[in-house]
Design a protein around this ligand. Structure first.
Ligand code: MN
Ligand code: MN
Length: 293
């Protein structure tokens, strides 16, 4: 396929938006909306802090694992699960600021047993697989089938649950549609299909709060994607709900960036994002496009 300048820009924005959403949401991770309002009014700057006591613009495990995955597949030149798992090991050994329990368990299992798929687990409907899925979407621009399959396979290194599978595939397909320039309708079509197959992802009418449960997180992302009119408004809405705010922020940022391109991301947020992370995300975007181009 021909990669236009627009596709390239939206892929960069899908990666940069992910990092920005992670850094923005990390401040309010695990807080309730009331606690956030009391403390910040409306939280809308990359101020750092949070339970991890981050520097302004610092990212967390979400961006760390996304980059580990993207850099592993770039180096091996294909969607190599073993290379991805080894990338996760290297990342875990780099002493990241945090790591999800299910992700840590999956990485340890790979180290001990060498297996590339977690056994099915009723507690594995967490966010870890879906949060890394944007990389599968950007790497599979020429094939929706590949996008979904790659998203599920990387997810299962740490998470093996039907809802994680479904969410991971959907996130990859949504990011892919956004980066290809197919617009919000195409993204929402993927989301509606997900809700038809798994009612847990359906909108309920109540303003959702993200949590370590992937259906809560995706419902929150989709609610604000559907009810806001800009990247900034969407992300501010998502992260001020608290809960798993950085993970929801990262996924929303990837979708919002993919839809609107780099111009949609507020300049002060991009400027504040850790410069080393920003560079790595931009390089990763270029390398991921090459995989499916
Ligand atoms: Mn995180
Ligand atoms: Mn999180």
């Amino acid at each position: 396929m021909v990669v236009t300048a627009g596709v390239r820009d939206r892929a960069r924005a899908a990666m940069l938006g992910f990092g920005v959403g992670d850094a923005l949401g990390a401040t309010t991770e695990f807080m309730t909306p009331v606690e956030i309002r009391h403390r910040y009014g409306v939280h809308r700057t990359l101020r750092g802090g949070g339970w991890l006591r981050l520097r302004p613009g610092q990212v967390t495990d979400d961006t760390g694992m996304l980059l580990a995955l993207a850099e592993a597949v770039a180096e091996s030149g294909r969607w190599d699960l073993e290379a991805i798992a080894r990338g996760f090991v290297t990342w875990l050994r780099s002493r990241p600021v945090d790591v999800g329990a299910t992700c840590a368990r999956g990485i340890r299992r790979f180290l001990v047993e060498g297996t590339l798929q977690a056994p099915p687990g009723e507690w594995d409907a967490g966010n870890g697989g879906a949060m890394r899925a944007p990389a599968a979407g950007i790497a599979s621009l020429s094939s929706p089938l590949a996008a979904g399959g790659r998203a599920v396979r990387q997810a299962r290194i740490t998470h093996n649950h039907p809802l994680s599978d479904a969410a991971s595939a959907a996130v990859a397909l949504m990011v892919r549609a956004a980066v290809l320039g197919l617009g919000f309708e195409a993204v929402d079509r993927v989301a509606r299909a997900l809700g038809r197959r798994h009612p847990a992802f359906r909108a309920t009418g109540v303003r959702p709060v993200s949590s370590p449960y992937v259906a809560d997180t995706l419902r929150t992302v989709l609610y604000f994607l559907r009810t806001t009119r800009s990247f900034e408004e969407c992300l501010v809405g998502v992260v001020n709900q608290g809960g798993d705010a950085d993970t929801a922020g990262a996924i929303a940022g990837s979708l919002g960036g993919g839809l609107g391109g780099t111009a949609a991301i507020p300049r002060p947020w991009l400027r504040r994002l850790d410069p080393q992370v920003r560079d790595r995300l931009e390089v990763a975007a270029e390398n991921l496009i090459r995989l499916g181009g």
